[in-house]
Unconditional design. Structure first.
Length: 460
């Protein structure tokens, strides 16, 4: 390579990496080791490869796409939740936190480089078509999903209301891949649904944590109170994939009078934060049950862990997903965004949520219809249901409990999600949960029976 060309390519790479780091470098420049000789040598090797590709590849190469691919590859080696978002993908994320988007209605993840359904969202096209947890999405339209990033897959699944998208899925027990055509629709913007199961025993489900979740929860609760004295409340966090950190803290704060709700610990002190309860809510004396399962992740695990540690609720269901890491969203100058894992969540008692999840006080197995394919088909345990969790994802980080980290009090919120302006769109129709069948829902039935028992014996 000629010296001038070499310096030029190195300059391109250096600028790209500086832009990609964005605000992250500003947090604590002294901790960044990008100026070490080893790093420079690696950058030089990368620039050499890029130059050789540009000059010798069989077809002309788009340098910007090549560098972008390198950035994505770097982040893919970290953990399943760190990613580079192109400007369009970054806008999609901002829309998602507001809850107003159109698509097919599924929560997805990457498992063994295969796009996999975590759970369908009730009341959506995917739910109506019968998609299940563990379904492997092999193709979206005519495009293979193996090489797609999670954000790219989401972008392809979304689209205008009324438009169609065909996905090819494979499910355990099927002999071949099947094509399913779905008509995109507006995904329900309400994250809270409520219903009175029996006089005195209301049920509130939180589907995910969006900008208006706490306000919607309080309104639903107030409406239920008007229907009679509450003897016990069931809060359903099953299949809740999480969302905004501040909303999970506020939901837990409704029932926790004082003390820590959740803390975060990272490698740099700016990521160490403690979130406390505020003693400004009514005191509730009725018993509370929280339902969780394998699809309960992140923000829903924060709520369950806080209520469990403070002994404010009985947790019923199955071991949760175990997504206990904090993703900071860093806007970049070119309109893109960097989603970087920067810390772990810890419950009030100091338990790490990451890769372990929350263990219910009363374990009630989830139905086998939620189980995903067991890869070890020759094992006897293949006959037992298996569920997708954080620890099953490639490159997942550990729980960090053996690490010596100093927890610093900081009442400011880390940017788990980029703050968005404006209110979540609402509709006049009051959201209702799908028909609840206690005879088929053992977890819900157990919760209701427990609440009745607690009232009989006068226990809280």
């Amino acid at each position: 390579m000629k010296s001038s060309t070499k310096r030029s390519v190195i300059k391109i790479i250096a600028v790209t990496l500086c832009v990609a780091a964005g605000s992250l470098l500003a947090w604590n420049y002294s901790t960044v080791t990008a100026t070490t000789q080893d790093t420079y040598e690696s950058l030089e090797a990368f620039s050499n490869v890029l130059n050789l590709v540009q000059e010798n590849y069989v077809e002309e190469v788009d340098s910007q796409k090549a560098i972008e691919g390198a950035i994505k590859g770097m982040l893919n080696t970290l953990d399943p939740h760190s990613s580079y978002m192109k400007p369009d993908d970054f806008k999609e994320l901002q829309v998602e936190t507001q809850g107003s988007f159109t698509g097919i209605g599924i929560e997805i993840t990457m498992k063994d480089n295969i796009l996999t359904v975590v759970s369908p969202i009730e009341g959506t096209p995917a739910f109506a078509k019968g998609l299940k947890a563990g379904d492997k999405i092999v193709k979206i339209g005519e495009e293979q999903t193996q090489d797609l990033s999670l954000m790219e897959a989401v972008k392809r699944l979304r689209g205008p209301k009324g438009s169609e998208v065909t996905i090819s899925i494979f499910r355990k027990g099927w002999s071949d891949v099947k094509e399913i055509t779905l008509v995109r629709d507006i995904i329900p913007i309400h994250s809270v649904k409520s219903k009175l199961l029996e006089p005195g025993y209301p049920y509130i489900r939180i589907i995910n944590f969006q900008a208006q979740t706490t306000a919607d929860f309080k309104k639903a609760f107030a409406d239920l109170e008007k229907q009679g004295k509450i003897k016990g409340l069931i809060v359903d966090l099953r299949n809740n994939p999480g969302g905004l950190l501040d909303q999970s803290v506020k939901i837990a704060d409704i029932f926790v009078d004082e003390g820590v709700i959740v803390s975060t610990r990272g490698r740099i002190k700016e990521q160490n934060s403690v979130f406390y309860a505020r003693d400004n809510n009514p005191k509730y004396t009725f018993p509370l049950v929280v339902l969780v399962n394998e699809g309960s992740a992140s923000a829903s695990e924060i709520v369950a862990g806080a209520l469990q540690d403070h002994k404010k609720a009985v947790i019923i269901g199955a071991q949760t997903f175990g997504k206990g890491s904090v993703q900071t969203i860093i806007p970049m100058d070119n309109g893109a965004g960097l989603r970087l894992t920067t810390a772990r969540y810890y419950t009030p008692s100091g338990r790490s949520i990451q890769a372990t999840g929350i263990t219910p006080d009363i374990i009630v197995p989830s139905p086998t219809t939620m189980a995903v394919e067991n890869d070890d088909k020759d094992d006897e345990q293949d006959k037992k249901p298996k569920y997708l969790r954080e620890k099953d994802l490639k490159h997942h980080i550990g729980n960090g409990l053996k690490e010596d980290m100093t927890q610093k009090e900081d009442k400011t919120k880390p940017e788990e999600k980029l703050k968005t302006k404006g209110k979540t769109p609402t509709t006049k129709e009051k959201p209702q949960p799908e028909d609840l069948d206690l005879s088929k829902d053992q977890q819900l039935s157990t919760a209701l029976t427990l609440l009745k028992g607690l009232n009989v014996f006068g226990k809280k």
